[in-house]
Design a protein around this ligand. Structure first.
Ligand code: 3NM
Length: 515
């Protein structure tokens, strides 16, 4: 049995000039240990054996000073020569049973895995821990097998929990201050969580490795802002009627706080989205320049990333803004417009899901299926023909929301929304919404305003936005002056405003239409 190990912040070294520069590895590792690193792996794929042994000896001395175990990457012989605490082996290294025979029961042995099968085999062979990766693409190691992201990591954790394996786990690849909290939060399977993260460049390449380790450790110990729940799980309404009754409070909060809705949206709907935000009590800004997000994310509002007219430059801007909002802990809505239409958009979805956390993902059936990972061929950005039945739609939004630990909204004749635990269907709305452009996009804007004032229950925020919008559409479409799509648009703006106004004055009779 290996001794108890704290896997929270696992430093993996790299002596290459690109990462270590001309600094001394031992000094850098010591600084990281002062910053709170809990485990160290010496990883050097190029040096001669004599150099490996002498460096490992010096690292072992330093690590012991801080009571932290030292493991050696791949080289069992070096670990034996140094007498350190264990090794880490990759899929192409010596097999685990042989390593165990050579090192004995007390050695800590970890294995790199990127699939469920590799994880299950390593568990059967008695690995002490699994290094699960590659989480995100990283310049530190480019010959990795697969980028599995938080979704793939969660699947592996779920499978080993099913098997009842008592193995510890860390994630590796692209983990740094801007990703660490999300990695820990979104990778967690219901019965198995990561024990920590393994980091190379975020500490070794940092100007101040001690500070970098401290910062990452602080983030590991703090729940991410997007996990904040103002209501406890049991208080959160489980039945639709109760949840609907909480909608007016969210809408009144929008009226009182006049929150910012920062839209990075497509050229087609900028004007419409700004008008809708104003009509429902929000304060809109249309800014597609990522640099501006650094300031805008601090204003108590939220961001909508709508990739309706995505370009390479636009995508970089979205990523920059998403990171800024995530770091600030401000909410973000993702509208993957036309996600399944082209390979560029499918790849943009992947880039964005890897780049940050979205509180709400809202799209039509084809878009949500694409975000889930199904290969869907969409035509335009309209919803197109439906291929899933209602039960399948409900299941899909629930699974995607559980996977991403957020809220997923699938719009359509009936809308489905879920936070992974609670799943509801809403059948409000009107056929005319499908006859005007941007009707889906502006729903994202309304939801962003509700999220800005109620992030404690994201599902309630999404529901509030949907009901406000779709019931206003029903009221507008019934007006005598509405004769088609052209007259519907101004009427919709009026009725969005009227519903907002009456609700903030305490009259929410309109909500009786909710179904
Ligand atoms: N192993 P950074 S990724 C050493 O996927 C290593 O197995 C990986 O470096 C794997 O923290 C990786 O700088 C490098 O992204 C991680």
């Amino acid at each position: 049995m290996a001794p108890a190990v704290d896997y929270s912040l696992y430093l993996v070294t790299d002596s290459s000039p690109a990462i270590l520069g001309d600094r001394d590895l031992i000094e850098v590792v010591e600084a990281a240990l002062q910053g709170g690193v809990t485990l160290v792996q010496y990883r050097d794929k190029v040096s001669d054996t004599a150099v490996l042994v002498s460096t490992a000896r010096r690292l072992h001395l330093v690590a012991r000073k801080y009571n932290v175990p030292l493991l050696i990457n791949d080289r069992i012989d070096v670990a034996l020569a140094v007498g350190c605490e264990g090794v880490h082996i990759g899929q192409d290294d010596l097999d685990l049973p042989s390593a165990r025979r050579l090192l004995g029961e007390k050695a800590i042995i970890g294995v790199t895995v990127s699939t469920i099968e590799e994880a299950q085999l390593a568990c059967r062979d008695g690995a002490d821990y699994l290094g699960i990766g590659t989480m995100f693409a990283t310049a530190t190691k480019t010959n990795t097998k697969d980028i599995i992201g938080t979704a793939g990591t969660k699947e592996i954790l779920g499978a080993i929990a099913e098997d009842g394996a008592n193995v510890r786990t860390v994630s590796i690849g692209g983990i740094n201050v801007s990703t660490v909290q999300r990695v820990l939060y979104q990778s967690s399977a219901p019965k198995k969580q990561l024990d920590g993260v393994a980091v190379v460049s975020a500490i070794i390449a940092a100007k101040d490795p001690k500070r970098a380790a401290e910062e990452i450790m602080n983030l590991i110990r703090t729940p991410p802002p997007f996990a904040t729940t103002l209501l406890s799980d049991t208080e959160k309404a489980n039945d639709p009627g109760k949840l609907v009754s909480l909608v007016p409070a969210t809408m009144k909060a929008i009226a009182e706080k006049n929150p910012l809705s920062h839209n990075m949206t497509n050229l087609v709907v900028q004007n419409f989205a700004a008008n809708v935000a104003l009509a429902v009590g929000g304060s809109p800004i249309m800014s597609n320049y990522g640099e501006e997000a650094v300031d805008l994310c601090r204003l108590g509002g939220s961001l909508v990333i709508n990739m309706g007219t995505v370009t390479a430059e636009g995508l970089q801007n979205y990523v920059q803004a998403l990171k800024a909002y995530n770091l600030e802990g401000a909410p973000v809505v993702f509208d993957p417009v036309g996600a399944g239409a082209t390979s560029v958009r499918r790849s943009a979805v992947k880039t964005l899901l890897a780049a940050g956390y979205f509180d709400v993902i809202k799209g039509n059936e084809g878009e949500i299926r694409t975000v889930f990972g199904s290969l869907v061929q969409q035509k335009g950005v309209d919803s197109g023909a439906s291929t899933l039945n209602n039960a399948e739609k409900g299941k899909l939004v629930k699974e995607l929301a559980a996977r991403e630990r957020n809220v997923v909204v699938m719009t359509g004749k009936i809308d489905f929304l879920s936070d992974g635990k609670r799943t509801f269907a809403v059948s409000n709305g009107h056929e005319l919404l499908g006859r005007i452009t941007g009707s889906g996009c502006v729903l994202g804007t309304i939801i962003s305003l509700a999220l800005a004032v109620n992030r404690g229950d994201k599902l309630l925020a999404a529901l509030s936005g949907i009901l406000h919008y779709e019931i206003a559409a029903e009221i507008a479409s019934a007006r005598e002056d509405v004769r088609g799509p052209g007259t519907f648009v101004p009427a919709l703006l009026d009725e969005l405003y009227n519903v907002h106004k009456s609700t903030s004055q305490g009259d929410w009779k309109w909500l009786e239409r909710a179904r």
